[in-house]
Design a protein around this ligand. Structure first.
Ligand code: SF4
Length: 275
């Protein structure tokens, strides 16, 4: 059996940047998981003493708080600053952008519509920058909303473009002014295109990434649509040798929070199974 990696996979620019920032700030703590990958978070703790705290109350004057890649709500950031916590911002610039758009457009009197998952940390953060924002996941969600005549539309960075277009296409003919901001991240898009191509030719697909990673779940859903023998795993321990029996081509992709060392462990384990 051959093993083939997708043309684009794994760590994106924003995650590489956040990890570098964390490594440069030893003896600190991230507020919330820096990225959606428990193994990498454990490595940062072990090698750099960068801890993880999910409780804002843990940060006191003089502590160093590293802000996660997905960003945090504005009021929580203000609270850390008021407490004179040393705030190191590792928010991905592609997430900072929709935060800024929401703030500016909201101040200019636009209704803010966000296409994304209300519970996702990125969206909790982005939403907090608007006075009022409506989070939608499908066109039906828009029908009950009372929006102003001027609308600003942003998307969660990991969303699919064609689904975003459905939201925009619904709003544009119904309102006087609709400003559509392309806040979808290219890294996600490129990984999605690559997994689409590879899953069309593979007999078995392995998608590696955190079970709570939104972009890994997107990659897995694309893989599964083309290759019924697709599996979403967190690391090599989740692999099952039977998945590779009588298969000729195994395709591998990984979410934007998956480090290369985990991908390599997975490749090595599959090679051992099929040797
Ligand atoms: S996937 Fe894109 S938006 Fe998300 S952290 Fe990576 S570069 Fe930033």
């Amino acid at each position: 059996m051959r093993i083939k990696l997708a043309e684009k996979y794994g760590f994106c620019f924003g995650v590489k940047r956040a990890i570098k920032i964390a490594e440069e700030n030893q003896d600190s703590a991230t507020y919330g998981p820096l990225i959606h990958n428990a193994n990498e978070i454990a490595r940062l703790k072990e090698n750099f003493n960068v801890a993880l705290s999910n409780d804002l109350g843990d940060f006191q004057t003089g502590d160093t708080a590293v802000i996660r890649t997905h960003g945090i709500p504005k009021d929580e950031l203000s609270l850390l600053q008021e407490r004179q916590v040393n705030v190191i911002d590792a928010t991905c610039p592609y997430v900072t952008k929709p935060q800024q758009i929401c703030e500016e457009m909201s101040q200019e009197g636009y209704s803010i519509v966000i296409f994304g998952d209300e519970k996702h940390p990125e969206i909790r953060g982005v939403k907090s920058y608007a006075d009022e924002a409506f989070v939608v996941t499908e066109v039906d969600d828009l029908k009950a909303l009372h929006l102003k005549e001027r609308i600003a539309l942003v998307a969660q960075t990991t969303r699919k473009v064609d689904e975003y277009m459905k939201i925009a296409n619904y709003l544009i003919p119904r309102y006087k002014e609709v400003r559509v901001f392309n806040t979808i991240c290219n890294a996600t898009f490129e990984n999605q295109e690559a997994v689409e191509a590879l899953s069309c030719e593979a007999d078995v697909m392995i998608v590696i990434g955190g079970k709570n990673s939104s972009n890994t779940k997107q990659l897995f859903s694309i893989a599964l649509a083309n290759c019924p023998h697709s599996h979403h795993i967190e690391d090599e321990k989740d692999l099952d040798a039977s998945w590779f029996e009588n298969k000729e081509l195994c395709g591998i992709s990984a979410g934007a929070s998956t480090p290369d060392w985990i991908i390599q462990n997975v490749v090595n384990t599959i090679e051992e199974f099929t040797r």
